[in-house]
Design a protein around this ligand. Structure first.
Ligand code: SF4
Length: 334
């Protein structure tokens, strides 16, 4: 039987009273840009979404945008109660939320379990203590490990998000973070290259020359390397890169950083470039079969892989083989 496609009803709850000041985050800007729905407004938002979602989808209510479990307890429960009504009557299948590792305790997990939460995403960002310290995260790696272990003991899906290129981060440390995320038993992850946003501590560091921002090429290379680790461990990657929004544009909120509308395609192009160079044994003409989902990435963003390989003497005809899984290929020489 074909599994149902997932669909999220997003409810954006930026954490207005976050006691931390992560160097990359401008809470004031976030809070000023988005109005935070009150718990008694949640039902109307969910009803509006439900009207537009076909009923063959698996639907989740997703609280995101801050540290959900860090908001005052009564308020958090009020949001959950509103969402849980829809789980109880079968209109949605679960509740997802994102939070900060040091806002997870057994007490909090008891509450989340009681109100039908199915998936918890932690902003791990890095597993290196110096990167965490320099980024103002307010906790060390042991908090990430402890939270992940508490979540894993129960029946939640665990997500561990990571950022690339935070202060003090290196490609080696980013690779270690990805390996730690695998070791901690994550089901899902998201990969976000760091960008410099106006009004942040990072902006000041950048202006003083204390922080070097990623080039697009560096961000693609790092993302590709961590993606390989997640693919090998069959961890579902829910997002690669930030989406450019009207607000996150150069000259507006974005000061500098690797944002591109086709960032994910470029990372997958680079990944497929490595796979093809590794697997191709003979120059000349060949037929390379890949899954239909991966065909465009194998050919490459704007045909990059096909063109680069042609320049090196590999004349490839890319075709679909629907029996192949993601990142598998067959090569036929003639
Ligand atoms: S924990 Fe950091 S990233 Fe999250 S809302 Fe607070 S300051 Fe921003």
């Amino acid at each position: 039987m074909k599994s149902k496609k997932h669909c999220n009803i997003p409810i954006f709850i930026p954490q207005l009273a976050c006691p931390h000041q992560c160097v990359f985050c401008n809470q004031e800007k976030i809070s000023a840009t988005f109005s935070v729905p009150k718990p008694n407004e949640i039902a109307a938002i969910i009803d509006d979404y439900l009207e537009t979602i076909p009923n063959n989808k698996e639907i989740n209510i997703a609280f995101f945008g801050g540290s959900f479990t860090g908001i005052p307890r009564n308020e958090m429960i009020a949001y959950l109660e509103a969402a849980y009504e829809y789980v109880k009557d079968g209109k949605v299948q679960g509740i997802r939320l994102s939070t900060k590792p040091d806002y997870i305790t057994d007490d909090i997990l008891d509450i989340l379990e009681k109100y039908g939460v199915t998936s918890i995403e932690l902003g791990a960002q890095s597993t290196n203590n110096k990167v965490l310290l320099k980024s103002g995260r307010g906790h060390k790696f042991d908090a990430i490990e402890k939270a992940a272990n508490l979540i894993r003991k129960r029946d939640f899906e665990l997500g561990l998000q990571m950022m690339l290129g935070l202060p003090y981060d290196t490609l080696e440390l980013a690779i270690q973070t990805a390996k730690d995320i695998v070791r901690l038993g994550a089901d899902t992850t998201r990969i976000y290259p760091t960008v410099v946003v106006k009004g942040t501590v990072l902006e000041k560091m950048y202006e003083r020359g204390d922080y070097k921002v990623f080039s697009l090429d560096e961000a693609i290379l790092w993302s590709k390397e961590v993606l390989k680790i997640f693919n090998a461990a069959s961890i579902k990657v829910l997002r690669v890169g930030l989406h450019p929004s009207e607000e996150l544009e150069l000259g507006k909120s974005l000061v500098a950083g690797p944002i591109h509308p086709s960032f994910k395609e470029m990372v997958l192009t680079a990944l497929w470039g490595d796979i093809l160079y590794e697997k191709l044994e003979k120059k000349g003409h060949s037929i390379v079969s890949v899954s239909s989902k991966q065909l465009n990435y194998a050919i490459g963003y704007k045909g990059k892989n096909r063109n680069d390989l042609k320049m090196k003497g590999f004349d490839i005809n890319f075709v679909v083989d629907s029996f192949l899984k993601d990142f598998e290929l067959n090569v036929c020489y003639n």
